[in-house]
Design a protein around this ligand. Sequence first.
Ligand code: TNX
Length: 538
Amino acid sequence: MIKPIVTRILSMLCIIALITACQEERKPIEFPPTDLAEGNMIPKPLKVIPTNKAFGLDRYTAIHTNQKDEGFAEIGHYLADKIKAKIDLDIPVNEEGTNPIERIIYINQSDSLELKAPESYQLYITQDSIIINSNTAVGAFRGIQTLRQIIPEVGNDTLAEQRIWPIPSGKIIDRPTFGFRGAMLDVARHFFSVADVKKYIDLLAYYKINVLHLHLTDDQGWRIEIKSWPKLTEIGGATEVGGESGGFYTQEDYKEIVAYAARHHMTIIPEVDMPGHTNAASVSYPFLNGNGKIVKPYEGTHVGFSTFDTRKDTVYAFIDDVVREISAITPGPYFHIGGDESHVTKKNDYIHFVEKVEKIVQKHGKRMIGWDEIASAKVDTTSISQYWSNGKNAQKAVKRGMKIILSPAKKAYLDMQYDSLSKHGLHWAAYIPVDSAYIWTPEEYEGIPMDNILGIEAPLWSETISNIGELEYLAFPRIIGYSELGWTTKENRDWENYKVRLANQTPYLDRHKVNFYASPLIDWKKNENTNGNEPQDE
Ligand code: TNX
């Protein structure tokens, strides 16, 4: 314990020495009063204590990070890149740079007990320094997102001879309610490229979402290369809803997504949906089929007609290969087996199947997740049920002592239309306008004890969307609200207050060319002209 404190004090002294050495040359800048509480922060932090001054971000600012843990330095560079992209300012990271340094952003590893909760961080903003404290790089990464949100879009050029971006001073203490805050993307009904997925990851990370679940297989397409069963992608990858040409990720592509997510402190969950939703697999290898019919490629949107043959050993040998190959390139702890809407699998066969596949998943070192139906099998307490429609299944999962991911379709499905005029989406569960998506309490959902709730996830099924613009239209702005439901305490959530912070997201969303649905419920902020700089991709 002593050593880290000493290191911390030493590094603080260094910062102070650096700042005082440089400051002699320049007069402190007089900022007009600022209010940190008026920021654009989503999700809303646990505590925000404004001190009504400001830190002047300018070309005399440098980033320093803890250098023992590589993760911190990486985050320092990430922050510098984001600042460059947002306001076109170059900031040195762990080096001198070309300008004298007057102010420091310090990303510090701290062993303080106050920071023990996973992903927690503190942000101290004074006139001379911004210090981000966290136990781990992941906490620092979350803290950096808060900082990005309060850097003004527009600089001030009347306070000093150089342009300055005043960041309101104060202290932020923050940590999440749920450790699992997810989004799901269905790349099976329509395929989305690696670049699309990366863009989605960028946007999700800004709102502190930490899980991306990829629905990799369904009746209409198989999207992940399995080297021991090549026809899955050769044949099963060539179709999608509406007859377009489909596509798939090679294992190298998938690894690229996983690595990109890891740099954003996000876990990828792969899903291979079975025993239903398996038409594309059975078209590729007909011995898998268990519905007694001749299999043909399927490009419609019905569900519930396909099933694996649950009584054949060769089917389990196949599944073993699939789970093994995908698990080997998935560093996260989870493997999602689907398990929904297996309407043509006999009940006993379904139960037999889920129990056998659970063992396969565990053999390959992963924790099984399945849609809520899996709780009808005798699954292990370590397996996780994803609640999407059936409250009785959720109660079964509670009785089994399982954790539950909350994705109730009528509240959390991103593919539900906002209203009857929405250009894309379905409405079988509900219309979900932006307020309804936000106004509910996952902590107290349908009597599920908080102890059983792992977190929340917002699935985006892709029957009605086929490109990134359409994806963004359904996901944004609702996913921003889900990020707050997963992170912010219920005492700190309030629709009227959230509405204003959401309205303030326009500059960020526009700068990233996000085709969000401009819901009339929100008084969207008009975009200010940013410094005359061309907007760049952040
Ligand atoms: C139900 S949710 C499904 C999906 C569809 C979705 C459309 C779930 C586990 N299964 O197969 O894509 O509805 O909203």
